[in-house]
Design a protein around this ligand. Sequence first.
Ligand SMILES: C[S@@+](CC[C@H](N)C(=O)[O-])C[C@H]1O[C@@H](n2cnc3c(N)ncnc32)[C@H](O)[C@@H]1O
Length: 234
Amino acid sequence: MTPAWIFPEFSPVGVDLAGAEAVARYDHNQGTDPERDNALLDRLGVGPGTRLVDLACGTGSLVVEAARRGADVHGVDVGEEMLAFTRRRAADAGVDVSLHHAGFLSYELTGPPADVVTTRSALHQLPEFWKQAALLRIAGYVHAGGLLYVWDLMFSFPPAEYAEQVQRMIDELGRPDGGADGAGFTRADFEAHVREEFSTYSWILEGLIERAGFTVEEAAFPRPTHGEFVCRRR
Ligand SMILES: C[S@@+](CC[C@H](N)C(=O)[O-])C[C@H]1O[C@@H](n2cnc3c(N)ncnc32)[C@H](O)[C@@H]1O
């Protein structure tokens, strides 16, 4: 039985991604890009037989591209509509993916350990204490030498600049609320993200990742509010 103190990960906070319409809009707005997915899969050495788990797989572009390469792909998400979208995307592409209705804190990989775990734009759904728990769980099913890739909205600016940096992100990246639908998220999406979700400083994330048993091999912060880590299981 799940203890009563476990974080309620099946009720995500912040921007509403529940419902088929919200999911289709999300897929459109986030700008699904198979080239970007394949560039990442190349970097992570994903090929035939690679056992890959994508946590919070969303609408499934990465898992479908990985499956096209013959990887043994597991997509995990708490959103049933997200999984339904991914299932359709995989069927349209004619590839097999294993999909799991579970989350960072509940997913259990059965069978051999994973070679690669990826999670993009999702770890911020958990507060720090639970991010650490999630990373420890991941470390439990990646083999030594295996890889963890994290991309997220994270903060690498000097903390004293938080107000201007957050506002700059919203001004530069948020498209006007109520405008025509298009690629990218609205100002209101970014405002809700910062207000209600749990994006944090890159140096906190790095500490959590290291303490879970991974070594950060690459870190990149293309914007002061977005970054990635490539990490190897010790
Ligand atoms: C912003 S989307 C990112 C989806 C995808 N990774 C991408 O890059 O497009 C966040 C995803 O996290 C999922 N999610 C939220 N909380 C979760 C949790 N605790 N465990 C797993 N997935 C979660 C949501 O259902 C949603 O699909």
